[in-house]
Write a protein that binds this ligand. Structure first.
Ligand code: ARG
Length: 466
């Protein structure tokens, strides 16, 4: 039979099925630390405002510390038939300190209590994810700096397009994860408001000090409107969206690593620490880690859609549907924390196969656009005409089984007399890469400029966080 401490009105025992459906303790016990911390702050405030006696506050405070210790050393196991973590802790407290424990729930409801606990969980984990993102950005910057001269074919449609350098490619990922970092931090700042003291939905007649609890718990201020506060799960949706977007970026990197580590490409070799073997084919080394990171994106997206769907159309204020808000968030947060640590190791430990990357630049006439640009600049040809001339040059190279960068001046001039002497040097892949000097471009100096700029940004983040 389930305990029904929460109800004065219901006298018969709950159906076993109701208990199974209703009880959230099996999963919301994750929030025990937040629940205890929130209750201590609330009780302190009640004491300061003279709503309960200071001696009761002292008992509540030491009782809650003891319960926390006992949960952590395994003396209290949160697997009872309490309805949820809030009821479980209140029951343990009352068993431990008697009547004072029953005063703790003055001027609050489980509606503002759960809003508080859950928000604290989201805020804390948002910051941890953000810190891990900074570590990953640093790793991408390091790899970028070391590889700013290593050329590989830049692609569109997964077809060879133009020569770029591997540092430039890594800086693209650093830029994505920087945006992710900023997204987590902006959610943190927007949502750093305290729900406690809103009670069930309408506030409370007790003379509470919501500023005091907000301050004690590290929030910037109390929330504005109590009806909104107990109904709001935007903060949870935000972290789910932020995680989904971050995992989407991670899945694109993973896909590239998977392709790059095939025998056909061979651009990178993942360290043996991050590859697994096959149970039947002894020669195999499989990229399971990036495959799993790519796959995890599916489950975090599912969690986002679940909560969006749970919240859709709910009337104000609290509805029990909202108890469905937690498991997906716990799962996405756990997935994000693990995935970020794995990605950091995997990128730091991979081997960049310079020869393979540079050899691949000789396939696909990567500098063809440079010839078109030359004809436009030097001969004043309209781009479309230049484009067709270059098409003929590419055909000639194909006939000869050469890359466009390997054609002689005579070959080039046999297609168009306007092609001058300097062109052979211009069509060299490295020259082509380094010609892309526009701001944000792939030229090695521009890539290193991007590296510098993110390094300065990273330093400023560290200073701000201290
Ligand atoms: N276990 C509940 C939840 O997670 C706590 C809030 C219950 N509030 C209520 N009015 N039944 O949402």
């Amino acid at each position: 039979m389930s305990r029904k401490m929460a109800s004065a009105r219901i006298t018969t025992a709950s159906s076993e099925l109701l208990t199974q459906l209703n009880n959230s303790l099996p999963f919301d016990k994750v929030l025990y630390a937040e629940d205890i911390e929130g209750s201590r702050a609330h009780a302190y405030m009640l004491g300061e405002r003279g709503i309960i006696k200071k001696e009761d506050v002292a008992k509540i405070d030491s009782g809650l510390s003891e319960i926390k210790e006992k949960i952590e050393n395994g003396e209290i196991v949160l697997d009872g038939d309490d309805e949820d973590i809030h009821m479980a802790i209140e029951r343990h407290l009352t068993e431990l300190i008697g009547d004072a424990g029953k005063r703790m729930h003055t001027a609050r409801s489980r509606n503002d209590q759960v809003a508080l606990d859950f928000r604290m969980f989201v805020q804390r984990n948002g910051l941890t994810i953000a810190e891990l993102l900074l570590e990953n950005i640093k790793t991408f910057i390091d790899v970028a700096q070391k590889n700013a001269k290593v050329m590989l074919p830049g692609m569109t449609h997964l077809q060879h397009a133009q020569p770029i350098n591997f540092g430039f490619h890594m800086m693209a990922y650093a830029s994505m994860f920087k945006r992710d970092y900023e997204r987590f931090m902006s959610s943190y700042e927007r949502n750093n408001l305290s729900p406690i003291g809103c009670a069930a939905l309408a506030g409370t007649p007790h003379d509470v000090d919501r500023n005091l609890t907000a301050e004690k718990l590290g929030f910037d201020a109390p929330t504005l409107n109590c009806l909104d506060t107990v109904s709001d799960r935007d903060f949870a949706l935000e972290i789910l969206f932020n995680i989904s977007t971050m995992m989407m970026h991670m899945s694109r990197l993973s896909e590239e690593l998977i392709i790059w580590s095939t025998s056909e490409f061979g651009f990178v070799t993942l360290s043996d620490r991050h590859a697994t073997g096959s149970s039947i084919m002894p020669q195999k080394k499989n990229p399971d880690i990036p495959e799993l990171l790519r796959g995890k994106t599916g489950r975090v997206n599912g969690n986002l859609i679940s909560l969006l769907t749970v919240m859709k159309g709910l009337s104000l204020a609290y509805n029990k549907d909202m108890q469905e808000d937690k498991e997906g968030v716990f799962d996405s947060v756990r997935t994000a924390l693990l995935s970020l640590q794995v990605m950091n190791e995997m990128v730091a430990d991979m081997t960049v196969n310079v020869d393979k990357m540079e050899a691949a630049c000789m396939i696909g006439h990567l500098s063809a656009t440079d010839l078109a640009d030359y004809l436009v600049k030097e001969s004043g040809l309209p781009f479309r005409d230049a484009y067709h001339i270059v098409g003929n040059v590419v055909n000639l190279a194909e006939d000869k089984g050469l890359d466009i960068s390997e054609l002689s001046l005579e070959d080039l001039q046999s297609i168009d007399y306007r092609i001058g002497e300097g062109v052979v040097a211009l069509l060299d892949n490295r020259a082509s890469m380094n010609a892309r000097m526009s701001e944000g471009g792939t030229a090695t100096v521009r890539t290193l400029e991007q590296v510098e700029s993110l390094k300065v940004w990273l330093e400023s983040m560290k200073v701000n966080n201290e």
